[in-house]
Design a protein around this ligand. Structure first.
Ligand code: CA2
Length: 146
């Protein structure tokens, strides 16, 4: 059984800029830690990052065909993208929305996510660890055992 890990715009810069906000882990570090934790649940991971909204919509449609759940950090599109929200809803997959930073402690425009209503759960402000916790959430939701 496979899960998708989908990351949105600028998250390819993780570890290279703004460690004060987003920590020092690179996206590769995060993908590796998600894959390791997923392996404990006998899950494999398909990982995808894009800076483009349409590409992210296509990735979600791809995940709907090949995966049983989604971990997604839509990044700035969390606050604006009805297209990503609609794609997630259409996928009918359990999705965990992850934000590395505590968006509620930041600018007001980050306080609302249009994605959260179609996510099964949301993990906010726990740094890169949030992605690993999202694997555990999906493991439980998918009825897997470790
Ligand atoms: O906290 C999160 O995970 C966010 O989804 C990150 C987004 C931001 O727009 C959301 O409000 C909250 C931004 C990702 C940008 O990532 C960077 C990484 C390194 C350097 C600069 C940006």
């Amino acid at each position: 059984m496979q899960i998708a890990l989908i990351n949105g715009p600028n998250l390819n810069l993780l570890g290279k800029r703004r460690p004060d906000v987003y920590g020092s882990n690179s996206l590769d570090d995060i993908v590796n830690s998600v894959a390791r934790r997923a392996n404990d649940w006998k899950l494999t991971v398909w990982s995808y990052q894009s800076n483009g909204e349409g590409e992210l919509v296509s990735a979600i449609q791809e995940a709907a065909k090949n995966c049983s759940g989604i971990i997604i950090n839509p990044a700035a599109y969390s606050h604006t993208s009805i297209a990503i929200r609609d794609a997630l809803e259409a996928s009918e997959l359990p999705a965990i929305e992850v934000h590395i930073s505590n968006v509620f402690a930041r600018e007001p425009f980050r306080h609302h996510s249009v994605i959260s209503a179609v996510a099964r759960g949301v993990i906010v402000g726990l740094g890169a660890k949030g992605y690993v916790l999202a694997v555990d959430a999906l493991g439980h939701i998918l009825g897997r055992t470790q």
